[in-house]
Design a protein around this ligand. Structure first.
Ligand code: SAM
Length: 335
């Protein structure tokens, strides 16, 4: 293995400039694919990062090359000191973004603007109120939908994330794409991923080919225009001819983007995960509290990062629960 000097470059020579920070393990929805049916044991408050600790740990990452931070969770906006955290992070030279279910965004419009957070990814898995209630176990479709429209009207860069599950919402693919006709938003179809307690199996996946078949059946082959991929892309993007917005397909399971992976994750309890699929974690919060050198810990964690999906090179390995169910559920990792 090659030993490299920058602590955010791993042994496969991937540079990491994107940090996702989970602010909370709690959520105001209960999405079945994200949270196990019986919930998760929450970490004691004293084990979670405070606003000052988030700022201090993030600063170490930024000094070493992180220039993009996404706030996530759980639901990041349920955190009582969300605005304080945002204010602190806004002083760092980074592009800030958030992933949210939009149930509380109406309360934060001014703070988002004041602290320069314009990139907002909203999770919405159905445009049907009953299906939304079924998947989230909460009757909140109208609030989520109204708030998404408010964010668009207020000028935020909105992306809508929909996790596709066979037999649940693949019939809504074209309805989601129609949202991009008159609005410059990006809809992203995300492959359902396996996590602890989410009853994943590969038959529930909706493949890229199936998505594109539905699109071309509905809009016509000629109308489908592939877009250029951005650097470190996670989605393959397309536009329907004449539509203002675009749509993308994120196939992290069948077709992972590991070669160009530039991201690391910090859980709400201060643990660094070098890969979403990895069950190895490095406790930066304990390190910080005991005065350890965080750069050494980060360096070590990055150098252990595997080339592909935490070492699961073969798609069928994901079907073996022993290999991935020791990983936390998505709600506890921070999506
Ligand atoms: N509460 C926020 C939200 O709803 O966007 C942020 C956290 S949520 C865990 C972040 C993202 O993870 C969401 O877009 C969600 O759809 C995605 N996610 C959660 N579990 C997933 C799974 N099993 N497969 C694919 N995506 C998943």
């Amino acid at each position: 293995m090659t030993k490299v000097t920058n602590i955010l470059t791993d042994s496969h020579l991937r540079r990491h400039n994107y940090l996702r920070i989970s602010l909370s393990e709690k959520c105001n929805l209960r999405c079945t694919y994200c949270m196990p049916h019986d919930g998760i044991p929450l970490s004691p408050r004293a084990h979670l990062m405070t606003a000052d600790e988030i700022e201090a740990i993030a600063t170490v990452f930024v000094k070493n090359g992180i220039d993009k931070i996404r706030l996530t969770g759980g639901e990041p906006l349920v955190r009582k000191d969300f605005s304080l955290i945002l204010e602190k992070l806004s002083k760092l030279p980074v592009k800030l973004s958030i992933t949210t279910n939009a149930l509380l965004t109406h309360r934060f419009i001014d703070d988002f603007k004041r602290f320069g957070l314009y990139d907002i990814n909203v999770s919405l898995d159905s445009l049907d109120a009953e299906k939304f209630k079924f998947i989230t176990r909460r009757d909140q479709f109208k609030l989520a939908y109204d708030n998404i429209n408010q964010l668009i009207a207020e000028g935020f860069n909105v992306k809508i994330n929909a996790v596709l599950m066979k037999g649940f919402n693949e019939d809504e693919i074209t309805d989601f794409i129609k949202l991009t006709k008159d609005q410059n938003i990006n809809v992203r179809f995300i492959e359902f991923m396996p996590f602890d307690g989410n009853e994943w199996n590969k038959n529930k996946l909706v493949s890229q080919a199936e998505i594109l078949n539905r699109v071309t059946d509905h809009f016509g082959v000629e109308a489908l225009k592939p877009l250029l991929n951005e650097t470190n892309f996670t989605a393959r993007n397309f536009r329907i001819e004449g539509f203002k917005g675009s749509f993308g397909i994120i196939s992290s399971v069948t077709n992972p983007f590991c070669d160009s992976c530039n991201r690391v994750r910090l859980t709400a309890d201060g643990k660094l995960k070098n890969c979403l699929f990895s069950n190895e974690e490095t406790n930066l919060l304990t390190g910080y509290r005991s005065g350890a050198n965080l750069e050494d810990l980060i360096d070590d964690a990055l150098n252990k990062k595997k080339a592909v999906r935490a070492g699961m090179t073969d798609f069928d390995q994901l079907n073996n629960p022993d290999l991935h169910t020791n990983n936390r559920s998505m709600i506890a990792i921070g999506g």
